[in-house]
Design a protein around this ligand. Structure first.
Ligand code: 1HE
Length: 272
């Protein structure tokens, strides 16, 4: 196992293979694939370090990031084999290393789309919820087996998951070991898209390409301003919104896009 930083030169095709992560790049979209299928992509210390390294070192040309898992499952969560020997202090640092990696995804430079299939459980759900969009296949299912393992979430799940599904639903999953199927997960807000099995990657890639065409400042404000405004009291939020809105409008790209619409050169909003 090693977490050696790879050679992340902007290019198309295979950028790097860390031993647990495959990194490809095409059309402004970078794709990170968890490559530990024999262990159901369970996240050990090396894999979390590799996710962090990859997220920090995205090619400059990356405008959207897709994250998926190799094999029959997205991710089985924490590698339980590494859990037993940790002291309290090591446990805190371990959890913080997950926070650092997933924060780099959620609050990095580009929007992240997770491709969900099979088990999306424990730390796998924590990884999924650090993405901005989740595209799930019908095969996906969601659980938080931490409750049954006698532990607690440690990868940011207690902050991120209730913001999507609510404290009551998360409490149910952890107290009872309840597992949501793909449709229940969508209804609970865990995935914005639900697609037939075998098609989630293509859908995610298509969305990523579309997102990559947005003005970069729009994407950045959605990632960095919107979630913070949503946490603010409304009167603070309105002020932050006014500032963000004025900054976004002042970008030359915003002006040229608005002009294109006014001159009939841009697409109209189409009924779905
Ligand atoms: C693992 C792990 C793992 C599989 N750590 N080794 N996560 C869990 O409690 C989920 C535990 N895993 C499962 O419930 C099942 O493995 C799955 C439903 C995900 C997949 O089932 P299946 O039948 O496809 O695979 P399998 O036969 O159970 O597992 C294949 C191998 O992967 C096997 O190892 P092998 O050496 O016997 O082949 C499993 O031991 C191994 N494996 N999952 C270690 N999680 C920051 S805090 C986050 C806290 C958590 O995430 S707690 C939740 C942990």
């Amino acid at each position: 196992m090693n977490a050696t930083p790879a050679n992340f030169t902007p290019a198309t095709g295979l950028l790097a293979t860390l031993d647990l992560l495959r990194i490809e790049h095409s059309d402004a979209v970078t794709h990170l694939r968890l490559m530990r299928p024999a262990k159901r992509n369970a996240i050990n210390d090396a894999l979390i370090a590799q996710i962090h390294t990859a997220a920090v070192n995205l090619p400059e040309s990356t405008k959207a990031l897709v994250v998926s898992g190799e094999g029959a499952h997205f991710c089985a969560g924490l590698d339980l084999a590494e859990l037993s020997e940790r002291s309290v202090a090591e446990g805190v640092l371990h959890s913080r290393s997950w926070h650092a990696a997933f924060d780099q995804l959620q609050f990095g430079r580009v929007p992240v789309i997770a491709v969900l299939h099979g088990a999306v459980v424990g730390g796998g759900l924590e990884l999924a919820t650090s993405a901005h969009l989740r595209v799930a296949e019908r095969s996906a299912y969601y659980g938080l087996p931490e409750g049954q393992r006698g532990i607690f979430v440690g990868g940011g799940g207690s902050a991120r998951i209730p913001r999507l599904m609510g404290v009551a639903r998360m409490t149910d999953l952890m107290l009872t070991g309840r597992v949501y199927d793909a449709e229940e997960g969508r209804l609970a807000g865990l995935a914005q898209y639900l697609v037939p099995t075998g098609t989630a990657f293509d859908k995610a890639f298509e969305l990523a390409q579309r997102i990559a065409q947005n003005a970069p400042l729009t994407n950045y404000s959605l990632m960095h301003a919107l979630p913070r405004i949503a946490e603010q009291p409304a009167d603070h939020g309105f002020m932050t919104e006014a500032l963000m809105s004025a900054i976004a409008q002042s970008a030359p790209e915003a002006k040229s896009r608005v002009r294109a619409f006014l001159e009939g050169r841009a697409a109209k909003v189409q009924k779905a």
